[in-house]
Design a protein around this ligand. Sequence first.
Ligand code: NAD
Ligand code: MG
Length: 394
Amino acid sequence: MPKRLLILGATGSIGRQALDVVERSEGLAVVGLAAERSWAALLELAASFGVSAIALADADAAARAAESWTAGRVHSGAAGLVELIEATEPDLVLNALVGAAGLGPTVATLGESIDLALANKESLVVGGELVGALAEATGARIIPVDSEHSALHQLLAGEAHAGAQSAAPPRAGTVRRLVLTASGGPFRGRLRAQLAEVGVEQALAHPTWSMGGKITVDSATLMNKGLEVIEAHHLFGVPYERIAVLVHPQSIVHALIDLCDGATLAHLGYPDMRVPISYALHYPERGALPVRTLDLVEVGRLDFEAPDEEAFPCLRLAREAALAGGSGPCVLNAANEVAVHAFLEGALGFLAIDAVIAQTLERAGAEPVHSFEDLYAADHRARALAREAVLALA
Ligand code: NAD
Ligand code: MG
């Protein structure tokens, strides 16, 4: 029996690479696809993968798709994504949406006891505690797609007494420290003053990874690594002071773990997201992929340096919000989404991104969170405050 796979965010960078992995794999059957508004592209993908149920978050796009498609069912709106999860009865959902919009589908998937291949790191940043508790309650597994976290998942599997196949994520009993690597982005090595004039095109020119726009800007500000520290904390249950960030411009070493006996284990490979995607889609098996085996003679050298939190304060802001807890990470994420969006529209300078986030965190504070409703309210309020900050700083 093939594994029934539902892909949310199918038209994006991760979604399309996942479909490439599916095409090269045996044992994976796509049963549903979803996107925000690119309905024509989604219908094309549905036709080539023989899919008869899709969802579009944008209601107009969903209506256009429904008019021109007779081969299946079109679900509409944010609720349509949740309907699609329930209607297609998948064994595994790949959440490759971008932003806090991914939280609802993450909750719906885990709530239905369905395993989740998670690219949408924002789900865990915004709702880590509640999402983790939900997975534990229903027994659904969260298998990370983010390359560093996939690397950690693989490294920790050998250390976990629970065993790699248990529903619980690997726990880090023998582990002293997790280390996430960061390429440093296109502006690595620059002083803060040298970042004042950088534009959208330069921020989108990532040196080692080709990704969607939002995460590429997050990589340029180092917010991506801040979000990933929070993601790692929730996935692996490791306290923040034992999660380190190491800048490594070649993106060959994806993560390391320091163990209690002085050994350090690393996960290496050429930067290619299909590798962690394939790991998540096939887990606990492995699927063969026609990617090059790492040739360290060809690579020649690997460099490492400490992150520059002076030039890139987003990493520090993320750690502060994480330690504040409660709604802090949710506010951080919402402010970042608003600021990055404004930067991509040309309405905000690069250096104002962290200023918007800092001001929003200061004004919103960190409130206790008891329910997903609390998070949606905090997200809503933070976005309004961040929009005010954008107008003031633009
Ligand atoms: P992308 O912008 O290329 O694609 C996003 C996809 O989500 C598109 O299909 C879009 O239609 C859909 N989408 C966006 N907003 C939506 C909404 N409100 N409702 C429904 N669908 C919506 O993004 P990406 O680069 O593929 O990133 C996806 C996620 O994976 C992000 O959380 C990102 O941080 C994470 N991630 C990406 C990479 C990468 O290499 N691209 C690496 C690691 C982690
Ligand atoms: Mg990553």
